[in-house]
Design a protein around this ligand. Sequence first.
Ligand code: ADP
Ligand code: MG
Length: 347
Amino acid sequence: MKNIQRICLCLTALTVGSLFLSACGAKASDKSVSGTRDDLLGTVITLTAYDKNGERAIDRSFGRIADIHRRMTTGEGSEIAELNERSGAGAVALSSDTFALLVCAGEVSRSSGGAFDVTIGPLVRLWDVGGEAPTVPERARIEDTLSLVDYSRLELDRDNESAFLSQKGMSVDLGGIAKGYACDESVRIFLEDGVSSALLDLGGNIYGLGRKPDGSLWKVGVRNPVIGEDGVVGSIQVSDRAVVTSGINERYFIEDGVICHHILDPGDGRPADNGLLSVTIINESSVIADALSTACFVLGMEKGRALLGQYPGTEGIFITDERKILVTDGLKDSFELLNSGFSLAEQ
Ligand code: ADP
Ligand code: MG
């Protein structure tokens, strides 16, 4: 009898990788307004604006995120579900939105050499880490399924904004990037509505817009990724930046004592296992940070750092299973170690 321990998969504030340390000196002004929803993109989303126009921006953002949820998750009736159903059969016309996100996901798939693979869908379903029946599949099934994972067989037609998965059974899964896109869209709406100070938290995809009302930077915590431990390992300070974490502790199940998490290596079809517990990426674009955090987690520390070199202005925090923390050069001054159980890695 397999010993399967299922972990609650509804992401709560306690299971995300980065978190806003609001208690660290942010004094909510009288004008602050906040909204939370837990029914979108499989996570808990909290948007807080420090501005009189905040309420409108928050309402409009949730409307926009609901659109993105309807179109881009794999749920029945979504554009992505239709694209997946038509795999091997024909191209599907998409909204400009969905098409743009597929283009972005395709680009990171290429730049990461397939460590991030937008066509990871069949493998995600096979392991079902976030679903009803998570399981360690047999080797042969993993091999068969891997033959359906290949981003180069997602054909994108820019003229018609249509997409085609060229083999039956292939499927797109935007779980590693959609929250980032939704975050960028919310930031765009906040700016449109004249909000210049806000904190967006999409299940641990954090964005600090402008500065805190007192003029200081936003302080964002990097959560301790060790399963069974709480709290943060450190913090960074940002302005107009996304801080996005991918880690083993976000979704996982334990079978026969082995932790099986939700970030799958398209190389061998198994949860990525290269000594990393989490990767946090800081970038002005949340969608890029989201895709890169997943990609770097799969690539491991050395190759992940090399990938970041292709994205100027991007910084990263890599945490290893030996409790070492590597921060990239641009974070040297801003990263504050807050947990004595961890130490900074030599470069
Ligand atoms: P989270 O969504 O928990 O914040 P990530 O951004 O790292 O974490 O995304 C993980 C999700 O991305 C998985 O749940 C799955 O839907 C998808 N995914 C898993 N492995 C890959 C991969 N190698 N490439 C692209 N997407 C992936
Ligand atoms: Mg991601």
